[in-house]
Design a protein around this ligand. Structure first.
Ligand code: NOJ
Length: 928
């Protein structure tokens, strides 16, 4: 096809699908048969009872049969319900797993899909081998219960009739923590043979028809969270952090939260509509008990209702729900798969996140450069453009670490190639940037141009590596390159083949400083149903696309990250940004919140979106700074930089139709203010990196809702305007134009110190603060120590040997503590112990640095000659004049100095200058 015709076609398609959110292009619950059916069921409708309860292979197993077994049952399209098998397993640290599937011994039509490759092998080793099953009869009329030990203080229980599964605090009167089917909404549609023609065997939406060769196969059930005030999680939606009820009294006509990975252009904020990624994990929190969590490992389309108080009032007489416990009820509906559910007992919010990431894996530790500032745009036109942008950063003294190239850098959207006119010397280009310690990222999408002269397509089609359509032919859909096919990444052989494509030999023009961006991996198919792949497309193992849709992008991300590891001989940590995600994505890299808009509301919603991702394991995330679509006015752009500097992933990006918006294009004053925002991020890199390591070790996210740090403070429970970076910093965004004041709630009973001025504010109070254009409010919590690097360079790499500043914010007992984690910022040697991990403690006028790394001999060592050049003391009086450093008993001066270098204003603060102790050593500094 000639170029002009291509362009016209492209524009037609693009205009059609990109410039506004077309609600009608996407299904709502009423247009989604399984959702409509499940939502209309009445509480108590489930007629299943548990029989044959026993312990087998260390698990509690039972059969679920219909009370009126073998009778015609309208719930299953008039088919007799065959018994289901339920298996309950206990794992260390308070995790209970519940699997429900068809009974394999009764020869179901086929094995239903269970998502492989998500649960980490270490988790399976934590299984507790259950030995004993106890039984009790409940006096409240709820019949016989069988229960097993789950963890100290908790039991896993199955009620026989009607069937219900729950976790309770140990003992007959133990309070419930979490339960499944307490409202009797459980339903499991079994696979069927096609005997008669009716609408069950296909599904229509707009001009698309998907066949359903096994009939409807959905599963739905209710889950209740006890002593909970709010529930959170289940990304990805552009909505509030605390999930609003979607059904119940006072809720007008809301859709459920949809979890279906979709390429939604110009998505709207404040909507339960499903976006690019999915994590079916919900966490509850309440003042009286704390947190608990529920995760359903299932990759089919899911819809989840949060049921508002009173939603089941008319049925309360038939349901046996405890009246002395507050509860949040939810309804979970999925199109296919099995029940493979995990209950997490908490009780703290951090415990739940740790329990969840013990199942799906902790976030990978990124390279240091990847947590610095990224400059992106669709597109940097050519090499000259790249060099000019790069030079301008230096000219304006603004650091950045990564320059990104979008789809236009390729030869006709054939990934792994370069447009030879625009990028004739890609290696030299990368090397030029690398000389300044900078990196590049190129985009590699999953749609492969169907062009016989394109090496990837040639091999993939010859080897049969593409997803098939329902007739068994290579699926052919439309995306950026035109007619495209999609690699079947679910197959490990194909993933390994793909991974090899990232070797320097195969990816001609790539160098070690080049990393990767995976986009459109929902997968996006411009002419497919709901801009995606038909549900009856076929994958490896004869799995229907409907069964694994939400995991497609995850597998693509995984294969790409594996490719970068292979490329570097296992020595270089990968960096891959992905738009689609699924549980476990945190092990492979970062995600971003897709195509947001340059609007204040989108700036605002970026915070709950990022916090939600962090709660569900995906700690490394960010939103396009500036907003992808549209042109932000200068004020919005500035505010976005100021907030984005605290996102775990900090990248500016823009659509190709927008005006250029590099930081220096808005006049001297604004350049200065944006520069300051970026500098804040660079200054805090040691703190951020320490937090990324904490996430890597424990799953606890870098950006946290306030209630994660202040779980007993109700005022924080639905605050999603402010957030914590680690446990020491609170950031409040400014989300309105021309704001003169902002109200900030500072939790806890200790003070907070303004990061810029050092002014102390009382905790446990809302403060109305004056704001100016030069920064957004950020506070250091009293009782913490934050490590910083205050000298500004061109990139994070160039800061490697720079000395540290420690900022000590004292609490009312004149004490504080903090941590610093350092390694080579690049390799996997940290896994062998090659790192420095220090604890800094200030008490009784003494600052002590002690080792936090385990005492066991490390297989590999990391050393650093970096020293501490400044120690800032906030909240110390009377003001001391000198300090002595041990060992050596050397005296150093304490002076007044700036809190932030380069600021040139604000209060002077007590500063111990040049103590020159090494960060790798043990030492004590005593204030005299
Ligand atoms: C969609 C992505 O979300 C966006 O960030 C990117 O610029 C375009 N695709 C073009 O690759």
């Amino acid at each position: 096809m000639g170029k002009p015709l291509c362009t016209v076609l492209f524009l037609l398609l693009f205009v059609n699908c990109c410039f506004s959110w077309k609600k009608d292009e996407f299904r709502n619950c009423n247009q989604t048969p399984f959702c409509k059916r499940a939502r209309s069921r009445k509480p108590g409708a489930c007629s299943l009872i548990a029989t044959d309860v026993s312990v087998s292979d260390g698990d509690l197993v039972a059969k679920l049969i219909s009370k009126e077994n073998n009778q015609e049952n309208s719930e299953n399209q008039g088919k007799p319900i065959k018994p289901l098998v339920i298996r309950i397993s206990a794992y260390q640290d308070g995790v209970m797993r519940v699997k429900i599937d068809e009974d394999q011994s009764l020869g179901p039509r086929k094995k239903r899909f269970e998502v492989p490759d998500v649960i980490v092998p270490e988790f399976l080793e934590k299984k507790l081998w259950l030995q004993r099953l106890k039984e009790e009869k409940n006096e409240d009329g709820s019949g016989i219960l069988s229960f097993v030990y789950l963890s100290d203080g908790f039991e896993g229980v199955i009620r026989h009739d009607p069937f219900e599964v729950f976790v309770r605090e140990s003992g007959k009167k133990g309070k419930k923590v979490l339960s499944l089917n307490s409202n009797g909404l459980f339903d499991f549609e079994q696979l069927r043979d096609k005997k008669e023609e009716n609408e069950d065997w296909e599904e229509r939406f707009r001009s698309h028809t998907d066949t359903r060769p096994y009939g409807p196969q959905s599963i739905s059930f209710d889950v209740s969270f006890y002593d909970a005030d709010f529930v959170y999680g289940i990304p990805e939606h552009a909505t509030s952090l605390a999930l609003k009820p979607t059904k119940g009294p006072g809720v007008e006509d809301s859709e459920p939260y949809r979890l279906f990975n979709l390429d939604v252009f110009e998505y709207i904020h404040d909507s339960p509509f499903g976006l690019y990624g999915t994590v079916p994990f919900m966490i509850s929190h309440g003042k009286s008990r704390g947190s608990s969590g529920f995760f359903w490992l299932n990759a089919a389309e899911m819809q989840i209702d949060v049921l508002g108080p009173g939603w089941n009032d008319e049925f309360s007489s038939v349901l046996m729900l405890p009246s002395d416990q507050k509860r949040v009820d939810t309804l979970w509906m999925s199109e296919a798969g099995v029940v493979d559910a995990f209950f997490f007992v908490g009780p703290g919010p951090k415990d739940v996140v740790k329990q969840y990431t013990s199942v799906t894996g902790a976030p990978a530790l990124p390279q240091l450069f990847a947590i610095a500032y990224h400059q992106c745009r669709w597109n940097y036109r050519d090499e000259e453009d790249v060099f000019s942008v790069d030079a301008k950063f230096d000219e304006h003294d603004i650091p950045y670490d990564v320059l990104w190239l979008d789809i236009e850098h390729t030869d006709g959207k054939r990934y792994f190639t370069w447009d030879k006119m625009l990028f004739p010397n890609p290696q030299e280009m990368q090397m030029k940037l690398a000389a300044k310690g900078r990196h590049m990222v190129t985009i590699v999408d999953p749609h492969i141009k169907r062009d016989d002269s394109y090496f990837i397509h040639k091999e993939a089609s010859q080897k049969g590596y593409y997803v098939k359509d329902a007739t068994g032919k290579d699926f052919d859909g439309w995306c950026w390159p035109g007619s495209s096919s999609y690699l079947d990444m679910v197959n490990p052989e194909i993933r390994s083949w793909w991974a090899d494509k990232f070797s320097y030999d195969n990816y001609v023009g790539s160098t070690p400083s080049l990393y990767i961006w995976n986009d459109m991996n929902e997968p996006s198919v411009f002419n497919g149903p709901e801009v995606s792949m038909p549900r009856d497309a076929l994958h490896y193992g004869n799995v229907e696309h409907r069964e694994l849709h939400n995991a497609y992008g995850y597998y693509f991300h995984m294969a790409t990250a594996d490719g970068l590891v292979k490329r570097g001989d296992g020595k270089d940590r990968p960096f891959v940004l992905s738009r689609a995600f699924f549980p476990g994505s945190q092990r492979y890299g970062a995600v971003w919140t897709g195509d947001n808009s340059a609007e204040w509301d989108h700036l605002r919603v970026s915070v709950p979106m990022i916090l939600t991702l962090g709660l569900t394991g995906i700690s490394f995330s960010g939103a396009d700074v500036g907003g992808f679509f549209g042109n932000p006015d200068t004020e919005l752009l500035v505010r976005w930089y100021q907030l984005g500097a605290y996102y775990p992933f900090f990248r500016a990006h823009a659509h190709h139709d927008t005006k250029r918006r590099e930081p220096w294009l808005f006049g001297e004053r604004n350049t200065e203010v944006i520069k300051e925002a970026i500098h804040v991020r660079y200054m805090l890199l040691p703190y951020f990196y320490t937090l990324f390591r904490e996430a890597n070790a424990s799953g606890v996210p870098v950006a946290r809702p306030l209630w994660m740090e202040f779980p007993a403070d109700e005022k924080t429970f639905n605050n999603d305007e402010a957030f914590m970076v680690g446990n020491s910093l609170l950031v409040q965004g400014i989300y309105t134009q021309r704001a003169k004041h902002v109200s900030v709630y500072l939790p806890g009973d200790q003070s907070w110190y303004d990061m810029k001025t050092g002014t102390a504010y009382k905790g446990g109070a809302t403060h109305k603060l004056e704001v100016s254009d030069d920064s957004i409010p950020a506070f250091q919590r009293a009782g913490t120590i934050i490590p910083r690097k205050d000298r500004f360079r061109r990139s994070s790499t160039q800061m490697e040997n720079d000395p540290y500043t420690l900022v000590i914010a004292l609490n009312s007992s004149k004490a504080a503590e903090g941590e610093l984690y350092v390694d080579d910022g690049k390799s996997f040697q940290f896994q062998k112990g090659a790192y420095i991990h220090r604890r800094f403690t200030f008490s009784n006028g003494k600052l002590t640095s002690s080792n936090l790394a385990p005492a066991t001999a490390a297989l590999s060592k990391f050393t650093s000659d970096c020293t501490v050049e400044r120690i800032i003391l906030l909240g110390l009086s009377p003001e001391p004049k000198t300090a002595s450093v041990e060992p050596g008993n050397e005296k150093v001066d304490i002076e007044l100095g700036p809190l932030v270098l380069r600021e040139g204003k604000g209060q002077s603060v007590l500063t111990i200058r040049k103590p020159n102790v090494r960060i790798s050593d043990d030492w004590t500094i005593k204030v005299l």
